[in-house]
Structure formats: C-alpha cells, structure tokens
Design a protein around this ligand. Structure first.
Ligand SMILES: *Cc1c(COP(=O)(O)O)cnc(C)c1O
Length: 247
C-alpha cells in the first residue's frame, strides 16, 4: 500500500516535471528556473516523505494550525534541506507561528501582517523570504493587494507602490517577488491575462525599486500551471496533480 502510494507520487512528479519542461521550452525558458512547491495540505507525513524521497524539497501549507504539528514531526524525520512555504491567508495573531515554522511566506497582503512577521523574525534571529500576494481578478473571495484595475487605473498602482516603499523598510523581510491566485476555471487559457499582468507588475516594481531584483513569480496551480510557466512563473504551487484529490 505505502509502496504503491510512493510509486504513484513518483510517477506524478515525473509527469508534472515533464509538463513544466514542455511549457518552459514553448516560452524559451529554462525549466530549471521553475521551482515546484508541493502543496501538502490535508496530506499526512508519509505522503510528504514520499515526495521528498522522489526529489522534491519545497513544500507548501495554507493553514498554520495544520502545518504546526506536521512540520515539527517532519523536521525530525527529514534531512534539514526541506524548505517550507506558507501559501495561505495569514491572520495577524498567527504571525509569530508563521515566522517560526516557514522559511518562505507567499501571502503577505497587508502592512500589519508584514510588520508583525518582521518583528517575529527579528525575535527569532532570522530573515523570512517573502512575496506580496496580489489580487488581479478583483474577486471578493480572494486576498491580496487589489490591483484588479491596474494598469488602466494608474492611481491603484501608485497606492500600491507607496505601500511597497513602506514595506521595504521592514528589516527582517527579504522581498522575493509576487504571488497570485487566478480565478478557478476549466479553461486555463482564460487566466493567461492574469499571469501576464503579474509579470508586468513585477516589471513595474523593478523600475520603481531597482535595488531589488524581485526574482520570483509564484503563480500556477494544478489546473493552470503550464500557462503560468509560459507567462514566467518561477514557482508553481501544486497539490492535486502530485497527490491526487483532497478528501
Ligand atoms: C491548495 C493550494 C494550491 C494547490 O492547489 P491544487 O489545485 O491542488 O494544485 C496552491 N496555492 C494555494 C494558495 C493553495 O491553497
């Protein structure tokens, strides 16, 4: 049974890697520039260990409560090169836990959370790798800085850039780029403009804040990661395509 699960995960990882490589090649990109973040929410340690055995090193969780026990248990069993990414919405009262558990945070969506993450990281003597979550679709169900009318609405961009200037002063956060969640769709092509706009926003950030490289675009999930890679994703957050449907 366990053997079968591990073999299936290994096969799924190979298939996802092949699809990423094909998408990267279509866009003239190097597949090595696309990191898989395996989203392991709802899955137990044996699944995560199997993914590690099969070569994955980056793991993502979306809820602090769930991640706490799991990451602690796995840190004991895994070699120390596993890297944990927080990809879900963060409540400000959970920032100290997030700073202690994760190396990367993809979901910084307001100043208060950023400030508290920086303060918690400082107390722990560490720096967090962070991404700004951006809402490009304007869906009310989505978190992130609202840039749903950018670039047409320049004022919306200016408000965001003013916030970024403020965020860059926080000492224990290392700004790595941008993250977005595209609307759910059965036709991945319809989300291409969303991914393209995240890339354009990164270009705008680079020209406003040239001291930073803003290297990462965290975009693309099981249903749309190939389109995201074609549009420049450097991190794809994938659960279902690796581990099957969540029960
Ligand atoms: C669950 C989740 C994913 C992965 O979704 P799949 O469709 O299962 O690949 C990616 N990003 C975030 C923020 C998630 O919560």
């Amino acid at each position: 049974m366990v053997r079968t699960v591990a073999a299936q995960i290994e096969e799924n990882i190979a298939a996802v890697r092949a699809r990423i490589a094909a998408a990267a090649e279509r866009a003239g990109r190097n597949p090595a520039d696309v990191q898989i973040v395996a989203v392991t929410k709802t899955h137990g340690p044996e699944v995560i260990l199997a993914a590690y055995e099969a070569g994955l090193r980056h793991f993502g969780e979306n809820r602090v409560e769930e991640a706490e026990g799991k990451i602690a248990a796995l840190r004991a069993d895994l070699p120390p090169d596993g890297v944990w990414h927080m990809v879900g919405h963060i409540q400000s009262r959970k920032t100290a836990d997030v700073a202690a558990l994760f190396e990367w945070v993809h979901s910084v969506d307001r100043f208060k959370v950023a400030r508290r993450l920086s303060e918690a990281a400082q107390r722990l003597g560490r720096t967090l790798e962070v991404l700004l979550e951006i809402n490009l679709s304007g869906e009310k169900s989505k978190f992130g800085y609202d840039l749903s009318r950018w670039p047409d609405d320049a004022a919306q961009g200016e408000a965001f850039f003013a916030e970024v200037a403020h965020l860059l002063e926080l000492p224990n956060l290392h700004w790595q780029g941008l993250m977005t969640m595209a609307p759910y769709t059965t036709d991945a092509e319809t989300v291409r403009p969303i991914f393209r706009r995240l890339r354009l926003l990164r270009e705008a950030l680079r020209s406003r804040f040239p001291a930073l490289d803003w290297p990462h675009l965290s975009m693309g999930m099981s249903g749309d990661f190939e389109v995201a890679v074609e549009e420049g994703a450097t991190m794809v957050r994938i659960g279902t395509a690796l581990f099957g449907p969540r029960t």
